[in-house]
Design a protein around this ligand. Structure first.
Ligand SMILES: [Zn+2]
Ligand SMILES: [Zn+2]
Length: 370
């Protein structure tokens, strides 16, 4: 695969071009028969398993059988991987809890442990788990405040000024503190913040591999941020993001904090909104399959949506496949379905797309139906 984004070829099957109607899209470079896999990706820059499935889904292959997974990472596994840099974990090995990682088999945990420098991510996860366990004993003041937090006014300048406030006032204050004092400045967080903090760690970890000179890294930094749209719809997210940011700023181990700053954090969060793919249960009918979480594949983020998509997305293990569900001609636009609501009525379906992906669908089917 030779690629030159933002515009160029990711696979021989299609090219990414600017459209006449705004934005970019993927167009077939030749006539391609039905059932051709036109893109296969396993280079996620970040994934997250929902809190309620954290023990029931394998963190390596995403297998699910409705029960808790049997295997966790053992202290002895971790000891062999520790390096000089993992100071926190080294000091805490006796209390190691498994970093919140569960696996379907020893084969899966072994594969996971073989990921280069995975110990850095395990350390970050373990720190977050330790903090989360402490937080569980405290009441989250935001629970009662939710309505209030969701009614604040949001604009780009409000978002920017809130972050400037963190940068100018909060960061220097924390930087001056000793380690133990910093712990006292940790915000109270709940499951949602914990899970989101894990997603950000996962992304920071992968971005060390997918640097800006790799195709995946380049595509990641090119992803559109939907920060403003998403926050206008859910104003509480601004507050939520800042809780996650503050938690990570205090807790992140050295190995992952090198590239951690407000700009990176905002791009990780903002690009996830509207660009993440769902991690769905395999081999189940569309109506009954479970939603385990989400992951980001920047190289697969150039497809536009259509309510009569010519591409079907499937997952096998850690790989996503984009397969033609009909033959296409050279120059045809290649589209996926973002929503999973193709059976909805026209109005309901278009509202759903507008609310979640912030656009008025202009696909052939919508044009015909309206
Ligand atoms: Zn597994
Ligand atoms: Zn449509």
């Amino acid at each position: 695969m030779t690629i030159d984004t933002p515009n160029g070829n990711i696979t021989p099957f299609y090219e990414i071009k600017d459209t006449t109607w705004g934005g970019r899209s993927c167009f077939a470079t030749s006539d391609i028969p039905k059932d051709t896999v036109i893109l296969e990706v396993n280079d996620t820059t970040g994934s997250s398993i929902q809190y309620e499935f954290r023990k029931e889904v394998c963190h390596n292959c995403f297998k699910y059988n409705g029960k808790s997974m049997k295997y966790k990472i053992k202290t002895t596994d971790v000891e062999g991987l520790l390096s000089e840099n993992n100071k926190w974990l080294k000091a805490r090995m006796k209390k190691f809890c498994g970093a919140g990682l569960w696996f379907c088999s020893t084969g899966c945990s072994d594969t996971y442990l073989r990921i280069p420098r995975i110990i850095d991510l395990i350390e970050a996860y373990e720190i977050l788990l330790d903090n989360h366990t402490k937080m569980l004993k405290r009441n989250n003041p935001d629970d009662a405040n939710e309505e209030k937090l969701n009614s604040v006014k949001i604009s780009q300048s409000i978002i920017d000024s809130e972050w400037r406030n963190i940068e100018i006032n909060w960061l220097p204050m924390i930087d001056k503190m000793k380690y133990t004092k910093r712990q006292q400045s940790l915000p109270i967080t709940s499951e949602d913040e914990y899970n989101c903090a894990r997603f950000v760690c996962n992304t920071l970890f992968h971005l060390r591999t997918y640097t800006k000179d790799t195709e995946t890294g380049k595509s990641f930094w090119n992803l559109q941020s939907n920060e403003l749209n998403k926050m206008m719809r859910f104003p509480i997210l601004l507050h939520f993001q800042q809780l996650v940011f503050r938690t990570l700023y205090i807790l992140l181990p050295e190995t992952l904090r090198i590239d951690f700053n407000i700009g990176t954090f905002r791009h990780i969060m903002g690009s996830e909104y509207g660009n993440a793919f769902g991690i769905w249960q395999e081999d189940e009918s569309v109506d009954s399959r479970e939603y385990f979480g989400y992951w980001v594949f920047p190289r697969a983020s150039y497809f536009n949506h259509s309510c009569i998509p010519n591409i079907t997305k499937t997952r096998n293990n850690k790989t996503m496949y984009f397969t033609l569900n009909k033959g296409v001609s050279q120059g045809d636009e290649l589209c996926i379905d973002y929503s999973g609501v193709l059976d909805f009525t026209t109005v309901k379906r278009r509202d759903f797309l507008k609310e979640n992906w912030f656009f008025d669908c202009q696909c052939t089917r919508c044009k015909l139906e309206i």
